[in-house]
Design a protein around this ligand. Structure first.
Ligand code: IVH
Length: 752
């Protein structure tokens, strides 16, 4: 992203780049959080970025994506559960971070409803629980369905699992409502979480002793709740029982799996809690205010959060917020804010909702938890692109629900006290080994430093000297002018970069190997064949040769520590499966700097086949300037990226890697994956001038979805120019090259 901003772009382009980057990042983060239960950015950072994207989309609607994270709630349902449509969509809450945001919230309500200050507005305030949203459908008081939120419109049917949760009522006696979708949060109390992980740890210790692949601890109560609710316990149990027990190790492995399945069942039953905080569709109105409605639901046996409060004014909300901040450490469950809802239900229906959130409610986020601890050391980690990333090693400290011992220190400037936009951070205080530092952790990712206590700084401390050589390979580490990062120049000489590249190749961004992760790659990289002294895996191509090379060397993986027959078979079956690969996926997996998923797709569309691609980049038939000019005409491609691609493919070691890899693969041509029924399939298109019926970015997304390639400028690669008012140069160029020019109306007919 930094590269986008350092470039000298006009305001519009900057806004577009920012919208593109934020959209991509948030889509990814949403998926990681909601579908994979594996968050990649802290919640507060996500919320801020979403707010930033929303603002930008209002200012630059022409750059808003057809599918934007600001229009969607949560992730899509994960595979494995039936999908169910909610009778009323499950929305999310808008966020407030400061008291002004709450004042604005009330102000907006008054404005929309035309209510002056003399009209009193009351609110229900509750802790915002860090759990998993759920919708429970009761018909005549009987629980008939339970569904997760999913994408908001459709969720996953988790009825079977929810039926096992003790804290959720299945039958409400004398319930006066015929049909209701009770909405609430499933979560795990902190002590239940600690207990569960303690028990899992014992199972893990046993697994390690028996040299079988251990299961993992949950990282926090939210993940534990989500993991438990969305597991397939019963099936696991049946399968485990059905298997024949073979040798000692396999027996132990089945035993661990069975224990694990039983533990999950036990957890589902007794360690998940539930609070109701509202409702969706309902057959008959049953109260006039939120407060009375919650009390009524509670009276019939539905758990409602005890710490709720009826606030008579905005000032009461502020008092409640302060009270909750003080009480937060003593709550039995984790919270990340307070939820504030207008009390009068008549006003709810008058205010309605946006596509993502009701206008009558807001989440007022709590500041992240902060604690002080000592920075014992600063480690430098080297990434796949050679970036030197400093990581602070802390005296372990409990914050935000976990023990923390690492903290990100970003880069040299950050340690010195300068932010990426050259502003002073921590009032300019630098960070030194031995310092007492304040750290904060929000969400589930690596924590950050917010302050340094200079009064506790050891007298003999010295400013941290950022290394000028790579700590892994000893090559020079260079920071270019205007760049915030320091990079090792070692490239293929540097163990960290080589390993990082192979790890990226197998990762979910790359070919997405199931069961072949970063740890295993590192193990295989470190092992050597006895006769040749060659590493088991030195580059991506070796992955596909592993089975035959091991056989040749007489090594049986099943006999090795941590391996069982089933896992070995699974690994080699997965490797076989990955031989067939789409061109864009392969290009992404090669880990070329600046080439992301979307740009790799465009590059693949442009070349259509590996052969065409190789003819350009791996043979000497074309001049570099011709390649640069050709590729820069592709939408989203600039000189920096194109040069990076050319340099990578000119690198002799990289060429050797490809020589080893490509013969192992079946790279699919792009035609094979295109929509054949589309009139745009395979066409090169340029949009020029102003489009009036849809934004240019919408048009591009639509065209790409229909199999077209988008170019910035008119060239021989282009088949069609869609020209709106103001198109001059491109129309002229198209006329000169006898390329078809069409109006927006015709374009709309083509895609309809
Ligand atoms: S009210 C229209 N109240 O937070 C949604 N939500 O960020 C109304 N949450 O999806 C939700 N505690 O799953 C509400 N006391 C509370 C809550 C709460 C947790 C969750 C809920 C919602 C998400 C919004």
């Amino acid at each position: 992203m930094d590269d986008l901003f350092s470039a000298n772009l006009s305001d519009d382009l900057n806004a577009k780049a920012l919208i593109d980057a934020l959209t991509a990042e948030l889509v990814e983060a949403n998926k990681a959080y909601h579908e994979l239960d594996n968050p990649i950015i802290p919640d507060d950072e996500f919320d801020r970025k979403l707010a930033q994207l929303r603002r930008l989309e209002v200012l630059y609607p022409q750059f808003k994506k057809v599918i934007s994270p600001t229009d969607t709630v949560g992730g899509q349902p994960s595979k494995g559960f039936q999908k169910v449509k909610h009778a009323e969509a499950m929305l999310s809450l808008d966020n407030a971070f400061e008291s002004e945001d709450i004042l604005d919230f009330e102000e907006r309500i008054r404005r929309v409803l035309n209510l002056n200050k003399s009209v009193q507005l009351k609110y229900v305030a509750e802790p915002k629980i860090d759990g998993l949203a759920i919708s429970l459908t009761y018909k005549k008081g009987i629980l008939v369905q339970a569904a997760t939120r999913g994408g908001g419109v459709e969720g996953e049917d988790v009825t079977e699992n929810v039926y096992k949760i003790d804290s959720i009522p299945k039958n409400l006696v004398d319930f006066p409502i015929d049909f209701i979708e009770v909405r609430g949060e499933v979560f795990m109390n902190r002590n239940d979480f600690d207990e569960l992980n303690y028990e899992l740890q014992k199972l893990i210790d046993f697994a390690i002793k028996k040299e079988i692949n251990p299961i993992k601890l949950y990282i926090n109560p939210r993940n534990a709740a989500a993991g438990t609710l969305r597991q397939k316990t019963v099936e696991t149990e049946k399968k485990t029982k059905a298997r024949k027990k073979k040798n000692e190790k396999t027996k132990a492995s089945y035993w661990v799996k069975k224990q694990w399945a039983n533990k999950q069942l036990e957890t589902l039953k007794g360690r998940l809690s539930f609070f109701c905080h509202g409702w969706g569709a309902v057959s008959n109105p049953f109260a006039e205010s939120q407060w009375v409605a919650l009390n009524l639901l509670n009276k019939f046996g539905i758990p409602v959060v005890k710490e709720r409060q009826l606030c008579q004014s905005v000032d009461d909300i502020f008092d409640y917020y302060e009270k909750i901040i003080k009480q937060r450490p003593y709550f039995s469950y984790e919270i990340d804010g307070i939820a504030v809802k207008l009390d009068d239900l008549n006003l709810h229906s008058r205010l309605g909702s946006s596509s993502t959130s009701p206008r009558w409610a807001i989440a007022y986020k709590l500041p992240p938890e902060k604690v002080w601890t000592v920075l014992k050391d600063i480690d430098i980690q080297v990434g796949r692109t050679g970036t030197l990333s400093p990581v602070g090693k802390l005296k372990p400290v409990y914050v935000g629900g976990v023990y923390v011992s690492n903290v990100t220190l970003h880069n040299e400037d950050y340690i010195t006290g300068i932010s990426s936009d050259s502003q002073s951070i921590r009032k300019g205080k630098d960070i030194r080994v031995g310092d007492t530092v304040e750290i904060y952790r929000s969400g589930d990712v690596i924590p950050k430093v917010s302050d340094v206590d200079l009064s506790k700084r050891p007298e003999d401390s010295v400013p941290f000297k950022f290394p000028s050589t790579c700590p892994v390979c000893g090559n020079k580490a260079i920071r270019l002018e205007g760049d915030s990062v320091t990079r090792c120049v070692g490239e293929f000489d540097c163990r960290a970069q080589v390993l990082g590249r192979i790890q990226y190749f197998v990762s979910s961004e790359g070919l997405n190997f199931d069961g072949l992760g970063a740890n295993l790659i590192e193990q295989f990289y470190d092992r050597r064949f006895p006769t040749s002294n060659r590493r088991w895996i030195e580059n991506p191509g070796d992955i596909f040769k592993l089975k035959s090379e091991l056989e040749k060397a007489g090594i049986d993986l099943i006999q090795e520590k941590g391996w069982e027959e089933k896992s070995v078979q699974g690994l080699f079956a997965e490797i076989e499966k990955k031989r067939e690969v789409q061109l864009d996926r392969l290009l992404t997996a090669l880990g070329i700097r600046y080439l992301g998923v979307q740009t790799a797709q465009r590059l693949a569309q442009h070349f259509q086949s590996w052969n065409n691609f190789a003819n350009t980049f791996l043979s000497d038939t074309q001049e570099e300037t011709t390649i640069v000019n050709d590729l820069c005409s592709i939408d989203g491609f600039g000189e920096v990226m194109v040069t990076s691609i050319i340099q990578t493919f000119n690198n002799p070691t990289f060429k050797k890697w490809l020589d080893n890899l490509i013969p192992e693969l079946l790279v699919q041509d792009v035609e094979g994956v295109q929509k054949t029924d589309s009139v745009l399939s395979g066409l090169g298109i340029v949009f020029s001038g102003k489009l009036e019926q849809m934004t240019r970015s919408e048009a591009k997304i639509k065209a790409e979805a229909l199999g077209a390639r988008i170019y910035n400028s008119v060239s021989k690669n282009v088949d069609l120019v869609v020209a709106g008012p103001g198109s001059r140069k491109k129309t002229k160029d198209a006329e000169a090259l006898k390329i078809k020019i069409i109006s927006e109306d015709i374009w709309l007919k083509m895609i309809s």
